[in-house]
Ligand binder design. Structure first.
Ligand code: SF4
Ligand code: SF4
Length: 300
């Protein structure tokens, strides 16, 4: 697989450096896009890199605003049929721009990863080869009462999973998800702390939820989650339109954190719940609360 990368700014550089650790022999070109471009650009073709090599996958990281329209043009120029666009900043990819990029990438497979560490295999051979190594974090943890060793199966594209893995060694297991949370925020992830209106949360927070989920799944339990009271959920005649589902940033990011059962009641997955409390505020029946206890997880 040949990978061509469009990168901009510090966020882009960090990711490119980390991608190179896993895919150095696959990278056929990296084009640095200037950081100080206006968000609105009439015609991006003037920024087109020259002498494009043949590639299978084009990855865009760190680009803000209209310059992202360069990505489908570069894919066309390299012959790539697969594209990953990483989104780390709300203003970097408004919905209208995303649609414009999709339209100009017609006939290609394009994935918008917001944040980049939400990426999982999705049925495209090149995107899946990449997402086999980098994307949504996956770990294996050996433990007794303490974390003994951690193996990173899939690292976040910025490398934060490997950083967290080292820091987890020796932690009491029941504190490990909390330690992962703290260490995630110590790592210079550089995803935005501005509210992303489409997620209803910051992109940085949603990235943190993925790291925490990796630790919980590896341990087989979670120590804190939102929980729905099935006695009161959807019981008072009027349907609630499942406002909890609509408010959950994890669901909006594409994670199955809240599912509605055949009985029309909500069930929250304690592995992926970020405990952001947004569903608590939205539920008209007050049926959701945050519970601190050990939740044993079903194997995935
Ligand atoms: S607290 Fe509610 S809204 Fe927040 S992540 Fe958990 S289930 Fe989703
Ligand atoms: S938890 Fe609340 S918002 Fe969600 S389905 Fe039940 S009643 Fe509706």
């Amino acid at each position: 697989m040949n990978i061509y990368i469009l990168s901009s700014g510090k966020y882009g550089s960090r990711i490119v450096n980390h991608i190179a650790k896993s895919f150095s022999s696959n990278i056929v070109g990296i084009h640095e896009v200037p950081e100080d471009l206006p968000e609105f650009i009439e015609d991006v073709s003037g920024y087109m890199p020259s002498n494009l090599p043949e590639a299978d996958l084009v990855i865009a990281v760190g680009l803000i605003g209209d310059i992202n329209l360069l990505t489908p043009l570069v894919a066309e120029g390299t012959g790539a049929k697969s594209i990953i666009v990483s989104v780390h900043e709300p203003k970097g990819m408004p919905p209208g721009l995303m649609q414009e990029i999709k339209d100009s990438a017609m006939g290609k497979v394009i994935v918008f990863a917001k944040p980049f560490c939400i990426l999982t295999p999705m049925g495209d051979p090149f995107i899946d080869e990449f997402a086999g190594k980098l994307g949504k974090p996956v770990m294996e943890i050996e433990f007794d009462d303490f974390v003994k060793s951690v193996t990173v199966i899939r690292d976040a594209p910025c490398g934060c999973t490997s950083f967290i893995a080292e820091e987890l060694i020796g932690s009491p297991v029941e504190e490990a998800e909390h330690v992962a949370d703290i260490k995630f925020h110590n790592y210079p992830c550089q995803a935005s702390m501005s509210l992303d209106r489409n997620l209803g949360d910051t992109i940085l927070h949603v990235a943190g939820y993925q790291s925490k989920e990796a630790v919980r799944r590896a341990l087989g339990f979670s120590m804190k989650s939102a929980v729905v009271d099935l006695e009161t959920c959807n019981t008072e005649g009027e349907e609630c339109d499942h406002l909890c589902v609509d408010s959950c940033p994890q669901v909006k990011a594409g994670v199955d954190t809240i599912l509605i059962g055949e009985d029309n009641k909500a069930v929250i997955d304690p592995a992926s719940c970020g405990c952001c409390e947004q569903c608590l505020d939205e539920c008209p029946y007050g049926s959701i609360e945050i519970v601190k206890k050990r939740f044993d997880l079903k194997k995935k």
